[in-house]
Ligand binder design. Structure first.
Ligand SMILES: C[S@@+](CC[C@H](N)C(=O)[O-])C[C@H]1O[C@@H](n2cnc3c(N)ncnc32)[C@H](O)[C@@H]1O
Length: 325
């Protein structure tokens, strides 16, 4: 997990401010004292075999790589069981040398819902806030982004990212183990900022949108994906306790409410490009994520509701431009 090349690249230019504080953030984000499982995950990372790569696939559903010399079944089994040491695999799918990492989420479906409706990524510097293990970061690079920075404070996802990076070998793609609140203020350095699956986890959603706006260069594009409810302007659900068994869900606005929030913060040209209920085909338990999944979070008598009786998960994608373009 060598971040030195990035620190050197950022030493000058509009990310220099971040480069100054990043070493301390990396140390805290990947501290074995704070994350007891980290040493075990790092052992898995070390155990991954060196394999000569022939082709890398960043622009198809199963992000992955082919081997110059195809692996036999025993080598595939060994690779599979090493990668299983990084369970649970939530975002994907991936395929490395014939080993299909069938993750909890079909994250490619989310990508397919938005890819045609965002500003072309070719040549852009992109930030993916709450990127998980970086599945969409690879897709962004596959769509031509010049530099992709994913941030996510969950250290297991950073280790999964580095396991993939060993084979995908993309010096333009990075995952930083930091939360959005650690990004220096008013960077205005990114052409596109993605926030997918994060807004509802934020206790102060308007502050989250402001922080995203401040990461964008004037006129840059925000791609926002979040849980929504059906309803008109002003409609918002603040679950009393848990929502779909998640304890940290704060605000689920309707799309018109969300568009109103964005307008109030100065975003322009905001539009909803996708809205759909999440299905148990898109989010489900698999051998790579054996814990409970969406089917267990829905009401046993009525799948239109969560177990708590709230409207079942429904997600929207909104694109908007930062002011000043
Ligand atoms: C529902 S997942 C979404 C992952 C991915 N963006 C996607 O859409 O598939 C939410 C992610 O946000 C991350 N997260 C939690 N708190 C965060 C914070 N303060 N800043 C950035 N990411 C955070 C979690 O670790 C998790 O990976």
């Amino acid at each position: 997990m060598d971040y030195q090349p990035l620190l050197e690249r950022w030493r000058e230019g509009d990310l220099a401010r971040w480069a100054e504080v990043l070493p301390a953030q990396l140390e805290a984000g990947l501290s074995a004292a704070r994350h007891g499982d980290l040493p075990r995950w790092l052992t898995v990372l070390d155990a991954l075999p060196d394999i000569e790569v022939s082709t890398i696939h960043l622009d198809r559903a199963r992000v992955g790589a082919d081997a110059a010399h195809p692996l036999d079944t025993a080598a595939q089994d060994a690779l599979r069981s090493t990668l299983m040491g990084l369970h649970p695999w939530r975002k994907g799918p991936f395929e490395l040398f014939g080993v299909h990492i069938d993750t909890e989420w079909r994250s490619d479906w989310k990508w397919d819902r938005l890819a045609a409706d965002i500003a072309p990524l070719a040549g852009r510097r992109v930030l993916d806030v709450g990127c998980g293990n970086g599945y969409h970061c690879w897709r962004m690079r596959g769509a031509g982004a010049a530099e992709v920075i994913g941030i996510d404070p969950t250290p297991l996802f950073a280790v999964q990212f580095w396991a993939l990076q060993k084979y995908l070998q993309q010096p333009q793609v990075w995952l930083l183990p930091v939360g959005v609140e650690q990004v220096p203020e008013k960077l205005q350095a990114f052409d596109t900022v993605f926030s997918m699956g994060v807004l509802y986890h934020r206790r102060s959603p308007l502050d989250h949108l402001l922080a995203l706006r401040d990461c964008l260069r004037p006129g840059g594009e925000l791609v926002l994906e979040t849980l929504v409810i059906e309803g008109g302007p002003g409609a918002t659900l603040v679950p009393e306790g848990r929502y779909a068994r998640m304890g940290n869900v704060w605000f689920l606005p309707s799309c018109p409410t969300l568009l109103g929030w964005l307008a109030k913060l100065g975003f322009t040209d905001a539009k909803v490009v996708a809205e759909a209920a999440t299905t148990t085909d898109e989010q489900r338990a698999t051998p790579w994520m054996t814990f409970h999944s969406l089917a267990n979070f829905l009401h046993p008598d009525d799948p239109r509701l969560t177990v708590e009786g709230y409207p079942a998960p429904r997600r929207a994608v909104i694109v908007a431009n930062a002011p000043g373009g």
